[in-house]
Design a protein around this ligand. Structure first.
Ligand SMILES: Nc1ncnc2c1ncn2[C@@H]1O[C@H](COP(=O)(O)OP(=O)(O)OP(=O)(O)O)[C@@H](O)[C@H]1O
Ligand SMILES: [Mg+2]
Length: 337
């Protein structure tokens, strides 16, 4: 059965995309087929896998609306057994769906429930907000990984997340389970130690044992379009993600293998990738478009005629409205006298 896991936290920059890509790659190295669905209009999952976002024409927007099949929007990546449904900026338009639409929070679930069966795992990278996109991910998933950065507002944010998961359990009547993953952790900092201790004391076994350290190799690997297990397999960051993958696999398939069995299988898989010449250890670094940056204009901008006309119309309408309101108020005032 396909395990569908949403990677979600409404806070920005806590490591959701980094976790989606690295957990997906680790699980794939362990011998599973994995699909990543990017539900964030920022399209960072494609960039983190070395895919040029300018070349992407369709993706999760068309999948969610049922306009295209999963097969036609899923891209193969350079990472063996990892496919991606990329996000395009159009996805942001889903936030403005009309209230007449029927059960819009079930659209991703409907698209994945039959078509996703070919994958062992589907990871959904969520945007940093509680909107319709995240709601679709939570309804489609059976499990949620919540990456949390050890900082002052993390605890309050986690309680909101817990409430959202509880609401979905009731409203969508499904047993959504979650695990917290401590990310960007720097145990040399007192604040990180305190927040980590508080979260583990409160959420107990809902927190994965492995913290992901702040590790330059992790940030570097995203820039190069590769998971850290390929870019720098012996780094602390790679070892932490392998251990976290072992925990996720044991959680997703209890009663099968232990965390250390899974870790061993992943390490073996990574060794096979490293000795395979077809598996590229580095993608293309992110480049800016080859054009001059936007600077302050040297000449005042002259609006087009149409713009001047529409501005004049708006101005005229504004003046008429203001006069009408003043006249109305004056009449009302006289009426009261
Ligand atoms: N463990 C880490 N060590 C060092 N840098 C990291 C680590 N995890 C993530 N980063 C870097 O932190 C930044 C934010 O990470 P990421 O994009 O994964 O967060 P996010 O939660 O997906 O952000 P958003 O909310 O914008 O989608 C990125 O530049 C990433 O490379
Ligand atoms: Mg992200």
């Amino acid at each position: 059965m396909t395990a569908i896991i949403a990677v979600m936290n409404h806070k920005g920059g806590v490591g959701k995309t980094t976790t989606s890509l690295n957990i997906a790659s680790g699980i794939a190295a362990g011998g599973n087929t994995v699909l990543i669905v990017d539900m964030d209009p920022q399209s960072n999952a494609a960039t983190g896998l070395g895919i040029d976002i300018k070349a992407i024409e369709k993706g999760s927007y068309e999948l969610v609306l049922g306009e295209d099949t999963l097969e036609s929007v899923a891209l193969e990546t350079d990472i063996p057994n990892v496919s991606l449904v990329p996000a395009t900026f159009q996805l942001a338009a889903l936030s403005t769906i009309s209230s007449d639409d029927e059960d819009p929070e079930y659209w991703l679930h409907e698209s994945l429930k039959d078509q996703g069966k070919d994958y062992d795992f589907i990871l959904i990278d969520c945007p940093p907000s509680f909107g319709i996109l995240s709601l679709n991910a939570l309804v489609a998933a059976q499990k949620v990984i919540v990456p949390v950065q050890s900082e002052s507002f993390a605890i309050a944010g986690l309680q909101q997340m817990e409430q959202s998961i509880a609401d979905i359990r009731i409203e969508a009547a499904h047993d959504l389970d979650y695990r917290i993953l401590m990310t960007l952790s720097d145990q040399s900092q007192k604040l990180h130690q305190l927040v980590d201790h508080e979260i583990r004391a409160h959420f107990k076994h809902q927190v994965l044992q492995t913290p992901i350290p702040v590790e330059p190799k992790i940030a570097e690997s995203a820039f190069l379009g590769r998971p850290v297990i390929l870019h720098s397999p012996n780094s602390r960051g790679a070892q932490a993600y392998i251990q976290a993958c072992g925990e996720v696999l044991e959680w997703a398939h209890p009663d099968q293998r232990s965390v250390s069995d899974h870790m061993h299988a992943i390490q073996q898989g990574v060794q096979n990738w490293l000795s395979d010449k077809n598996v590229k250890r580095s993608g293309h670094p992110v480049h800016l478009k080859n054009k001059d940056p936007l600077t302050a204009p040297t000449q005042p901008i002259q609006p087009q005629n149409e713009e001047i006309n529409s501005f004049k119309v708006s101005l005229r309408n504004g003046v008429i409205l203001a006069l009408a309101l003043t006249a109305g108020m004056a009449l009302a005032f006289l009426g009261m006298e």
